[in-house]
Design a protein around this ligand. Sequence first.
Ligand SMILES: C=C(O[C@@H]1C=C(C(=O)O)C=C[C@H]1O)C(=O)O
Ligand SMILES: NC(=O)CC[C@H](N)C(=O)O
Length: 739
Amino acid sequence: MSPPKILFIDSYDSFTFNIAALCRTSIPGCEIQIIKNDQFTIQQLTPHLPHFAAVVVGPGPGSPENLQDIGVIKYLWKLPDELLPPVLGVCLGLQSLCVEFGARLKRLSVVKHGLISKIHHTNKDLFEGAGLIEAVRYHSLHVDVSGCPEIEELAWADDGSENGRVVMGVRHATKPFWAVQYHPESVRTIGGGKQIVQNFWSFASTWNAARGVKPWGSTQSSVFGFPWPPLSIQDAIVTKSPIIIPRTVNTAIIHLPHLSTPHICELLGAKDESSPFVVLDSVAKPGRFTIIGSLSRSSPQFTYHCRDLFVTVRTGDNVRREQLGTNDIWSWMKSFMCQKRGFVGSPDIPFWGGLVGILSYEIGVDKLKALGQRRWRGRRHPDLNMVFVERSVVVDSVTRNVYVQSLLSNDDAWVSKTVTSLKDLTTHGATEPPPTKLVPKITTPKESLYKSRITLAKEKLFAGESYELCLTALSHISLPHVQSDTSSSWRLFRDLRKANPAPHAAYLRLHPTTLVSSSPERFLSFSRPSNPVYQLRPIKGTVSKGPGITRAVAEDALIGSPKEVAENLMIVDLITHDLHGVVGENVTVKKFCAVEEYETVWQLVSVIEGTLPQTTHSLEAEWGLGWDLLSNSLPPGSMTGAPKKRSVEILQTLEDSDRSIYSGTFGYWCVSGAGDWAVTIRSCFKYDDGSCAADSGKEEWRIGAGGAITALSTVEGEWDEMHLKLQSVFRMFGAKQPS
Ligand SMILES: C=C(O[C@@H]1C=C(C(=O)O)C=C[C@H]1O)C(=O)O
Ligand SMILES: NC(=O)CC[C@H](N)C(=O)O
């Protein structure tokens, strides 16, 4: 028998794959075909409905009364019975069902985003055997079903003086429609998930026994494409690369307990402003390894601007444009890296050599196909800027072992020369230079404007357009350009790593871009095959450090705050969805809302991990999947809010300019298939162009900062939080936060 097919109609939500995963665990062997609500007209969809055993109508931003938000779903409910598959609606899905049968749509007085409520139910029908339900809610709208004879209420929440009784579960009196307003798939929902999907499936099976489900045919396969979980993790669609000849990474290991990272960097060229340089520096826990590139003139550097049809490859003085042709930038970079497969290096370190660089926020926005007013063509600054590192030095901060490695053949001379120089460095020692003293001119966002945008963001949340919006703004710092034989940006980085030690500190000088970062936040890491682990580590929830703010006080302010936990939970659910979308079903939340201490702030951190199914995927498929996950999960959910696409679109209307590399990601993709990417926050960056020229006598730096706006945010609180985050970077300019 062919597996039962479920049609999932997605309204551009960020929890879709979580619901798909819940269906897969509740309905044995089902396969899920996901479509967008504006992908088909009802006339195009109807002939295929007899081939589906059920339809799931998912959540989403906006209103069921707005055709642009609800799309084809509006017309589903009124199809003749003989064409009808059983339907399960979630959130927006429930609202649409009820509205089409006469319910009144209202706004909640107190919106519920990422908040948990006890769900009361009849213990019958969809809720039979459901027991205790404490469920996560993501809604601003709700339905009044009094006066709708066809809609039977099965469950409700008692919001007391806030909203009174709110409908949480319904069924249609005669048609095969059931729905819930809460989120059965959320990682924090207890009860009311698997049981209700199983009950739905049992009613669906009864309905289908009478109706008969037509077999899935090749026409359906060609119309609906691959089901979820995605086939990219199976052998079938992996691009076959040429036969791989194993190559050993030329590696020397030395134990140098007293050597500091800045000294190694300086040995490898950090001081020379004219040359490219990269270091991914784990200055604080949980970071462990520091990766320093030793770039040569032959190290290829790749730059790409969104929507261009080519990528620029620079090797020394040779600059050429490579046409992307039928590739997009992601598959182009992947095919470049495919040629570098087959190296075997030390098992004790995560990086042997590979791509290191920066991806902008906008490259993610472009991938998301978010509608916006941005000018794409003729963008001045690269959206992808990466270098292929062939020679590197990796420092293990735990063992204090230093690994000198080269991917180049016949490179013994460089390896042994570098080992000797490093040993010399330790014996001679070196004095730390004093912090740079500069007089910066700082321009921060205008208070009244930023505050008005917080209010506008909240209005969008109240209207049901988003559940959380990460609002940000850029500040500018202008520094006098000081003539010196030591790169000024390198000096700044050296100061920053002291002033704000962070697990994802980085100094990436990839002209025209220079990034100086003290990011605390890992976006995504993937270990090397076989059986890689994909880890995302979102931070949401920030409290300032200061006198009296002990760990206990911070925990109370973060874990004890429904606002902070809700803010984090929404991103955890979103990130779980991003991960499910690429790796399939095996995704778990390893840590939920742990408090971590950083130099200037306490942060609430969650850890989500995914692994691949035990099916027949090859090492080859595993090798490139981290990159696929990266490209499919940008921009980082913690920098957008949820649902991602709509939130990004709203943010474009609330922010004045491109975020550029702020809010994007930087990190590496190792030739082994492993990678580690951080969120570009607590960072400053500059471009060498007209706005930053030695001839203008100034260096113009930009710093982005912001925070997640939720329905529970206060205008003052969010303004202060944005400033607090700015402060962590301002310190390196020797500057106090301007008031
Ligand atoms: C927006 C920033 O940080 C993001 C927002 C956070 C929050 O709202 O608590 C925390 C970490 C980041 O994901 C920033 O640092 O500029
Ligand atoms: N999660 C959802 O589907 C939300 C539905 C609707 N946009 C609301 O806010 O009420």
